[in-house]
Design a protein around this ligand. Structure first.
Ligand SMILES: [Zn+2]
Length: 220
């Protein structure tokens, strides 16, 4: 792990039995501000439905399935990428059930490496009215032809000139990551020797956001 990353390396929040965000960890505000996720400050998040923060239909459905499974006794764990402009970052998400239908979402930074700045990820950048989808698991960006390219290469692929406003980002999931996640959701508890705790615990690259539930949620 790169030690020059900011201190905020854990992010935690809980939803209640009605899927409303009922608690956020102490690091939340600091993390949100560091990532300029002002929309994700605790006072703007608490009491709101988790689903308000997930725009993409595939991602929402995926999380609904995960939450359902978690509440039925199967903790979930997967890795995802959630970069900052100058950092390639990898997080591990652990989702587990608490009392009375509550569910805890814990994101832990597991790796960060510096890389040349990617303006596309700068939440302060001037944005056009165009929207592009970025995969909340691998950070690839969807092109108009439905292909996905690494975020570092997205601007030229989108035909953007240096002085042009960048498109707004919305978090989605690319087909390979979607397939990976769906594969992990296949019930495996009936397999011999398989314990619920080990479900979804070994995820191959690339595996968010919750991804980035904390940033870029500048809904239209
Ligand atoms: Zn992806």
């Amino acid at each position: 792990m790169n030690l020059s990353m900011p201190e905020e390396q854990e992010l935690i929040y809980h939803i209640d039995g009605s899927d409303r965000i009922c608690a956020v960890g102490a690091d939340w505000a600091e993390f949100a501000l560091a990532n300029d996720g002002t929309a994700a400050l605790p006072e703007k998040v608490l009491g709101r439905s988790l689903w308000d923060f997930i725009e993409d239909a595939n991602v929402r459905e995926l999380y609904r399935q995960i939450v359902l499974r978690v509440r039925s006794g199967y903790p979930a764990q997967f890795e995802y990428r959630c970069d900052a402009p100058e950092w390639r970052r990898r997080f591990r998400m652990t989702i587990r059930a608490g009392k009375d239908g509550t569910v805890e979402f814990l994101s832990q930074l597991i790796r960060a490496e510096p890389r040349p700045r990617v303006d596309m990820l700068d939440v302060k950048a001037t944005r056009s009215e165009q929207w592009v989808s970025v995969c909340g698991w691998c950070q690839k960006v969807a092109l108009p032809d439905q292909s996905w390219v690494p975020v570092e290469e997205a601007a030229p692929h989108l035909g953007l000139l240096a002085e042009e406003a960048l498109p707004k980002l919305t978090h989605g999931i690319c087909p390979p990551c979607h397939l990976d996640m769906l594969t992990q959701l296949v019930p495996t508890d009936e397999l011999p020797g398989h314990s619920p705790e080990s479900d979804m615990s070994s995820v191959s690259d690339p595996m968010p956001d919750q991804g980035c539930l904390t940033s870029n949620h500048d809904e239209p």
